[in-house]
Structure formats: C-alpha cells, structure tokens
Design a protein around this ligand. Structure first.
Ligand SMILES: *Cc1c(COP(=O)(O)O)cnc(C)c1O
Length: 396
C-alpha cells in the first residue's frame, strides 16, 4: 500500500487521477487532423497560465533543464555576456549550463537563503554603459533553498538602469503554483516543465517567448537544432511539430491547464499560500528555522528547513523513506546535510500536507530530534481551521 503515499519532494509532484487518466492513451497519429486542432487552443490556454498576450509559447520534449538550454541557444551567441546571481543549486546549474555554452557569465554571489539582488542587478546594469550584458537570468523560485524572488523588482531595476538586456526567468517551480506575470514583469523567456506546478509526469519543457526574444533569434549564433524556436513556432502554426511530440503529455497538459483554469489561477495561488503557511507554522512549532532568510522570501511551493546542529538532514530524509515510505527533499549543494525540504506544490491539499508533517515528525522523533510529536501538526491544524474560517461558527 505504500504507493498510496503522496510525495513531498518539490518535483516531480503528485499526479491527480484526472491527469493520469488523461495521459493514459493508445498511440495517436500526431499528423492526424484532430491533433492539429488541439495545438492552437492548448498554446492559447498556456498563455493564460503564463499571463502573456503578446508572447508565444512553445512546448518541447525535455525537462526544465532543456528549457534553459533552449533559452540561451536561441537568443544568444558564444561570448555574449549574461548577468546572473547564484543563491542555490538551480541558479548554480543554470550558470554551469551558460558557461558550457561559452557565454561570458557575470556572477553575483549571494548567500544560499537570499533571493535575487535587484539593487545589485541595477548597479551592474547601470555600470554597463556599453550594453555588453545581453540578458539577466533569474531563478524565480530557488527550489534548493525555498526562496522566491521578486521579479517585478528585477524588472524595475533593469528599467531604472535604462538597460536593454533581456530578462530570462526560470519559473520551473513557481509557474502554475505562484503568481507569475510574464507580460507585466517584462519577462522575455519564461521557462517551466511538466512535472511541478502542472502536476504531470516529467518529460516536457514549456517556454514563454516574448517578441523581443523571438527577434533575438535572428542574430543569435549559438548552435541549436532540436530546441529551435522558429522551427517549433512555424510547425505549430500549421498544427504540427518538427518531430514526434510526446502526445500523452500533451493530452495531460491540456487537462492540467483545464484543471488550473477551472480552479482559477488566483485560487490555485491562494491554496499554495495557505498550505505553505501551515507548513511554516509547523516549522516554527518544532523550533526549527527555514533556510529562506526573511518572510518576504518564503516560497509557497517548497520549504527548506534547517536541522539542528549535530543532525544530518540526509539521514532524516533517508529514514523517512525507509521507515514510512514517504519522500521528502534532501539538501543540495552548499546546504547538503543541513536542510531537508518539504515540497508542497501541485496536487496538494491541507489534509495531504498534514500527513507529511506528521510523518516527518515521527522520523525526527525516531532519530532523537528534540521535538514533541504532534506539535507541528497541531500548529498547522490550527492555521488551516482559521484559514477556512472554521472554529467559531462550528464550535456551537
Ligand atoms: C526542477 C527545477 C529545474 C530543473 O528541471 P528538470 O526538469 O529537472 O530539468 C530547474 N529549475 C528549478 C527552479 C527547478 O525547480
């Protein structure tokens, strides 16, 4: 029965039955006319999720990392300068990818637990009066540290500096779970994947492309083929793909977007905020601290939690799986062994979150952590009752 347990890793996330059913299809001919009819409405509905009216959307077989590669190879040339801050494993890996593509990567080093330094971006861009910097790259939600960054503030810093660089945003663990506004924030490339907020199996990169980013493809000389934006967009216009598309994921994605829009994006965001706040109440009831340094940085999709000194978070995660068959996220990179992560995004409810909190409490207790069983669960329960306005009216 252990397969019934939800996962609390920050991706891949739990797959709702409705989406598992949608993905369970016999082979379909991707050149059939009814498949062609599916593409335009799907891309139009994805624009609603990304909140873009002026941009294009492309979907590729791949994952979030493929989305990063598509972003930089379509719009940049070897030797181009990009500006990026490193504050966790995902921003670190994006830097690595840029360096392997021979970009000139200007890195701002931040503590793991901080967010994107909008003011420092502004200073660097102001100093770059020759406009050598072609793009600013920002990890919206740093999944390794549970930190969400203020993309509007980064856009304001870029505009304040009067700098024409493009803005690329990794929204892999934020889009479809937390507020994301591609047009309003002037995002030129928005990157996500199928297996986080979209609640699907892994296997697809989803990319929002502004007209400015599309125009940059005309002069960008980085080698690209599989991820070529123009090949994909031109094929999609005729209802086709440049190669065999992952049809089961495409059917799943159509259903996923319908689920998100049926619930209402603002309700989806509010649900994530509520569930996350319950988890945060539990963390403070345990007497533990989040990796995210200040409340404005708290992610609503993943919480990275410091274990007390003398404990190894890797062992905690391993034990939770061995003993109870429930998965939590380990610490990555600089915070390996120091934090464990509770992923609370996608197909998640208050009740599911409570089972995760109860399980990690047992695992902590088993390993001698100084916590009281039920303390975190009770704090989250109180919060969820309050958030549902339950208490007074039902008490009588
Ligand atoms: C998961 C994740 C990625 C990487 O995605 P893959 O699908 O594993 O390639 C990139 N960025 C962030 C912020 C992520 O959470």
């Amino acid at each position: 029965m252990t397969g019934q347990n939800p996962v609390f890793i920050p991706g891949p996330t739990n797959i709702p039955d409705r989406l598992r059913a949608a993905m369970n299809v016999q082979t379909t001919d991707h050149r059939a006319p009814d498949v062609a009819d599916l593409i335009a409405p799907l891309l139009a509905s994805l624009k609603k999720v990304l909140k873009t009216e002026t941009g294009e959307v492309a979907i590729y077989p791949g994952s979030g990392t493929g989305g990063w590669e598509a972003a930089v190879t379509n719009t940049l040339s070897p030797g181009d300068r990009v500006l990026i801050a490193r504050y966790g494993m995902f921003s670190h890996r994006w830097i690595d990818l840029c360096q392997k593509h021979n970009l000139d990567v200007e890195i701002i080093e931040c503590a793991w637990g901080e967010g994107a330094p909008a003011d420092e971006f502004g200073r660097r861009l102001t100093a770059d009066d020759g406009h050598a910097i072609k793009a600013v790259l920002v990890t919206h939600n740093e999944t390794a540290t549970g930190v969400v960054s203020d993309i509007a503030a980064v856009r304001a810093a870029m505009d304040g500096a009067g700098h024409p660089a493009m803005l690329f945003v990794d929204g892999v663990s934020s889009i479809a779970s937390m507020d994301f506004r591609m047009d309003e924030w002037g995002v030129d490339l928005a990157i996500t994947g199928s297996q986080k907020g979209f609640m699907l199996a892994t296997g697809m990169a989803i990319i929002g492309i502004s007209q400015k980013a599309l125009a940059a493809t005309a002069t960008a000389t980085s080698p690209r083929c599989y991820f070529d934006f123009n090949d994909m967009i031109n094929a999609n216009r005729t209802g086709s793909f440049p190669y065999t598309p992952p049809m089961s994921l495409i059917y799943g994605l159509r259903e996923s977007v319908a689920m998100l829009l049926d619930e209402g994006l603002e309700n989806v965001f509010a649900r994530h905020r509520r569930i996350a706040e319950g988890v945060r109440r539990a963390v403070s009831a345990w007497g533990l601290k989040l990796c995210a340094e200040t409340p404005d940085l708290y992610s609503d999709t993943v919480s990275a939690i410091h274990v007390p000194s003398g404990f190894d978070s890797g062992k905690l995660v391993e034990h939770a799986y061995d003993a109870y068959r429930v998965s939590f996220g380990v610490g990555l990179g600089e915070v390996a062994g120091k934090v464990f992560r509770i992923g609370h995004l996608g197909s998640m409810t208050d009740a599911m979150a409570l089972t995760g909190l109860a399980t990690i409490e047992m695992a902590m207790k088993d390993l001698g952590y100084p916590i009281t069983l039920g303390s975190g669960v009770a704090a989250a329960q109180e919060y969820y009752r309050e958030a549902h306005h339950i208490g007074k009216s039902h008490a009588a």
